[in-house]
Design a protein. Structure first.
Length: 217
């Protein structure tokens, strides 16, 4: 075993263990998940779509379901891959800036096999909350429904990264909110994709802001 492989294994095991332990303390409150149940009943795959800053709580929430996540081919992507796989996810490697075609093919194949997908449309390097069209193309080619969702709360740490990634504090309340489904037609034009993108960005911003400002129950 190489030194790099050992680092990846240790980081994957440690990262998943910490996230599971921390997540087990959260008090999770879910709102507007009707569209998800609708797609589950129809056995229709969805693309869970969320801003990169919310990746930790949402990774915990959807753990163990076999969803396939798009992970960057940048150096830190291997650490993310190991953690996700230990949390019960599949991965497709690629991004809007490196290995994008390869990653997109993996996502489309997974959706056609019935797997849900996970995409952060402002990742892997930002700018924060600036949507790249990869999620729209994945929906167009796979037929999967885009399902925006968000997580946040009144008691979080904010990391000094480009996305200001949040970490809900132990034993805090985590609000989870789903947005409106979007379907992208196979014959969608560039203008159609631009319209979908604007609507998706607005919906992601709406629900992300909402989870951060919900009052205590």
């Amino acid at each position: 075993m190489t030194r790099d492989e050992l680092k990846f294994r240790v980081a994957g095991r440690l990262g998943a263990t910490v996230l599971r332990a921390l997540g087990a303390t959260w008090r999770i409150r879910v709102e507007d998940d009707g569209p998800l149940h609708e797609m589950r009943r129809a056995r229709h795959p969805v693309i869970f779509t969320f801003w990169h800053s919310r990746i930790l709580p949402l990774t915990y929430l959807r753990r163990g379901e076999g969803s396939v996540a798009l992970v960057s081919q940048h150096g830190d992507g291997e650490y993310t891959t190991r953690i996700l796989e230990r949390m019960g996810y599949g991965t497709a490697r690629g991004s809007a800036t490196r290995g994008g075609v390869q990653g997109l093919r993996g996502l489309v194949r997974a959706a056609r096999e019935g797997h849900d997908l996970g995409i952060t449309p402002d990742g892997p390097r930002g700018p924060a909350r600036e949507l790249k069209e990869g999620v729209l193309v994945a929906a167009q080619l796979s037929g999967a429904a885009i399902l925006p969702f968000a997580a946040g709360g009144p008691s979080v740490w904010s990391v000094g990264s480009w996305d200001r990634m949040i970490i809900p504090k132990p034993f805090s309340r985590v609000n989870v909110k789903y947005g409106a489904l979007q379907f992208v037609a196979r014959d969608a034009t560039e203008a159609d994709l631009a319209e979908h993108g604007a609507r998706l960005s607005a919906e992601l911003n709406r629900i992300t802001d909402a989870v951060d400002t919900w009052p205590p129950p």
